[in-house]
Design a protein around this ligand. Structure first.
Ligand SMILES: NC(=O)c1ccc[n+]([C@@H]2O[C@H](COP(=O)([O-])OP(=O)(O)OC[C@H]3O[C@@H](n4cnc5c(N)ncnc54)[C@H](OP(=O)(O)O)[C@@H]3O)[C@@H](O)[C@H]2O)c1
Length: 324
């Protein structure tokens, strides 16, 4: 019989980060598939701020959280190794949301077949291009826009900047957490302006048409101050609160009224109408060299929690993927 390791939430962390004992890597037998089911061997899974966020009660933001006693989940890429369904065959490469384990046995309709040749690496199917693409769509980025993205060397941010450029933004500005990441944004990804937010934010920004917010708090406050009248802010994430554990809103929220700004929160999976165009357009951009997928690969399911904490603390560049 096959055995599979799976990461379970044991108890919700009392602090910002999980402590030893809050999660457990356990070994379980892999059941035989019943009619309609397939067995998938995971190859890569996404490490993202959501992995730590979902350990807590997220009813406030309307995102499903992990349940104590149950395996955790995340986006993953795997290969079908056994099938009792006409929908999938052994060898198919599939995207799904059953990460944090070696194997998963589930109904075939829970998996989406991907083209293994679409990107240079199978792991690239886990990049957050779709989130960046949806956010840029929601922001209605227009030719000539001055565009600012925070956490610009992160998984969503680096691609948001590159896609904004392809949509015609005349100036792409990114903030990040170290001189090395600033250099990467300027020299490798071709951002027009990149700066380290530890040195200050507001002075680097002026006359923004669009702000793509991955951080919230101090970054959102600075961007509101720097927005043009009727500018658009798309709210994707809140790294400042996720890292500090302390909610902090902008002190200048009344300027949103004064300047007639739009503040639009979005959730990627509310936009399935955009998925087909994303699939064709994004993979073409990558093939043509118009988009670079920035990625860091970490090995081993047993190292996943540490990788998630390191990611939160800015250790890595781009999308962090765990090879299982
Ligand atoms: N709305 C949606 O559908 C959707 C989908 C996916 C993700 N998200 C959210 O979008 C945000 C970005 O996701 P991601 O996966 O791309 O994460 P990410 O930006 O790669 O997040 C990790 C990075 O955040 C930065 N960071 C941490 N604390 C910070 C702080 N206090 N101030 C500024 N930067 C900080 C660090 O980079 P530095 O070295 O630059 O500090 C770290 O490397 C997250 O909040 C995530 O939850 C939303």
């Amino acid at each position: 019989m096959r055995l599979s390791r799976e990461m379970r939430l044991v108890s919700r962390p009392t602090g910002r980060l999980p402590q030893p004992g809050d999660v457990a890597l356990v070994e379980v037998p892999v059941p035989d598939p019943i009619p309609g089911q397939v067995v998938v061997r995971n190859l890569f899974m996404s490490i993202d701020p959501g992995s730590l966020l979902r350990m807590n009660d997220l009813s406030r933001v309307d995102i499903p959280d992990f349940q104590p006693g149950s395996p955790m989940w995340s986006d993953a890429i795997g290969m079908v190794v056994d099938s009792e369904s006409e929908l999938l065959s052994p060898g198919d490469v599939v995207w799904h949301r059953f990460g944090w384990r070696d194997y998963i046995v589930e109904n075939a309709d829970q998996f989406r077949v991907v083209d293994p040749s679409a990107y240079p690496s199978l792991s690239h199917h886990l990049c957050f291009g779709l989130t960046a693409y949806v956010g840029i769509h929601v922001a209605q980025v227009q030719p000539g826009d001055i565009f600012y993205v925070s956490s610009a060397a992160g998984a969503v941010g680096n691609l948001a900047g590159q896609i904004a450029r392809l949509r015609g933004a005349s100036k792409v500005i990114g903030s990040t957490g170290s001189p090395e990441k600033v250099k990467y944004l300027l020299d490798t990804l071709g951002f027009d302006i990149a700066f380290d937010y530890h040195d200050g934010i507001r002075s680097e920004l002026d006359e923004l048409d669009v702000y793509f917010d991955n951080v919230g708090g101090s970054h959102l406050e600075a961007a509101i101050e720097a927005m043009k009248p009727r500018g658009r802010i798309v709210m994707c994430g809140g790294m400042e609160e996720i890292r500090s554990g302390v909610p902090k809103g902008p002190s200048n929220i009344l300027s949103v009224i004064g300047k007639r700004l739009s503040l639009l929160g979005f959730y990627t999976f509310d936009h399935p109408d955009l998925f087909p165009t994303f699939d064709t357009e994004f993979s073409q951009w990558v093939r043509d060299g118009d988009v670079i997928i920035s990625e860091t690969i970490v090995d081993g399911l047993e190292n996943g929690i540490e990788a998630a904490i390191d990611h939160l603390n800015g250790v890595y560049l781009g999308k962090v993927v765990l090879r299982i």
